[in-house]
Design a protein around this ligand. Structure first.
Ligand code: CUA
Length: 337
């Protein structure tokens, strides 16, 4: 269903109405003042036109009251844009913690998706209606941008880091996905569809596309074949390298005395550039996996690490950075259903 206003895309997420509201407010204020000023110009041109070649206008002394008025009113209006816009921006920039996670890899010129349950898709993403979905996005080459107009979300996918965006679809349907960052010859063709299904249909889709391995179990396999287990322990319990149990989202104490959060970006950096940040108590012995691990494998390793449990971000101490006090604890599955 198209909006009654021309060029406005369909509205199909919990946030799209809020984005539209501020957009219409902004447009409304702009149109109002454009007309007001244009009409005032026309009125003044006619009313105060020079009527004879010798006419001398009355001198104007100025008015503090008038100047205050036309400074304060625009200030209040501009601040209303800022405060309202900032609220929407912050809510959209911070994915909710209870969201279903989907990994996205951009590549010239396609979108690859991977569900935590292991299903993979290209240029099409199936999601359930009424669930918060968090996209964790990486790129294999240049900057791309995930843009879903019907959900009013848009975020760059930048080399060397993870970016995120989230949405909650409000009605089933097929919604266009675009790349919104010029990325070379076939940029305009780099797109796809978000397919929003009823929860039961989504479950059917998941089981109809059942895969032998979840992202985490593929990651576990990689962990063995890449030789990570030799230093980090067969189950991530640690050894010559730091323990990885519950390292995700924990506060990691570094050699330098600094503490960093063990988030996706830290883990990615530790795999590709291990010397950048060394966990306290360990030597700089880990080789780089740059060029060995591609973005999709990185996602699987990340999923495996997350499946070993994560600490709440506020947890004090150095869980996982130093050899874990209870290394025998089996890895816990912490994957959303
Ligand atoms: Cu990818 Cu434009």
């Amino acid at each position: 269903m198209q909006s009654w206003i021309p060029f406005v895309p369909e509205s199909a997420s919990t946030e799209s109405g809020k984005v539209d509201a501020i957009y219409f407010y902004l447009s409304g204020v702009t149109v109002f003042f454009t007309l007001l000023i244009a009409l005032a110009i026309i009125f003044f041109v006619i009313r105060y036109r020079r009527r004879s070649p010798h006419e001398v206008p009355r001198p104007i002394a100025g008015s503090h009251r008038l100047e205050m008025l036309w400074s304060v009113i625009p200030f209040v209006i501009a601040m209303s844009f800022f405060v309202w816009g900032a609220q929407i921006f912050f809510r959209n920039a911070r994915p909710p913690t209870d969201a279903l996670e989907v990994y996205v890899v951009g590549k010239q010129w396609m979108w690859k998706f991977q569900h935590t349950t292991g299903q993979r898709e290209i240029n099409e993403l199936h999601v359930p209606v009424g669930r918060k979905i968090k996209l964790i996005m990486a790129t294999e080459d240049v900057i791309h941008d995930v843009y879903i107009p019907a959900f009013r979300i848009k975020a760059d996918v930048v080399p060397g880091k993870y970016t995120t965006e989230w949405f909650e679809a409000t009605k089933p349907g097929r919604y266009h996905l675009f790349c919104a960052e010029y990325c070379g010859m076939n940029h305009s063709g780099m797109g796809g569809w978000i397919v929003v299904l009823e929860p039961t249909e989504f479950d059917n889709w998941l089981s109809g596309n059942a895969v032998s391995q979840t992202a985490a179990s593929s990651g576990r396999q990689l962990f063995q074949t890449l030789g990570c287990a030799a230093c980090h322990g067969a189950n991530g319990e640690g050894g010559r390298g730091p323990a990885l149990l519950k390292v995700f989202n924990s506060q990691v104490l570094l050699d330098s005395g600094q503490t960093v959060r063990g988030d996706e970006s830290y883990i990615r950096e530790s795999i590709l550039n291990p010397q950048a940040k060394i966990a306290a108590g360990y030597g700089p012995i880990m080789p780089t996996f740059q060029g060995v691990v591609n973005e999709e494998q990185m996602i699987q390793l990340m999923a495996y690490l997350k499946s070993m449990g994560s600490s709440p971000a506020s947890a004090p101490g150095t869980a996982g950075a130093a050899p874990s006090p209870e290394p025998q604890k089996p890895p816990t599955r912490a994957m959303p259903k």
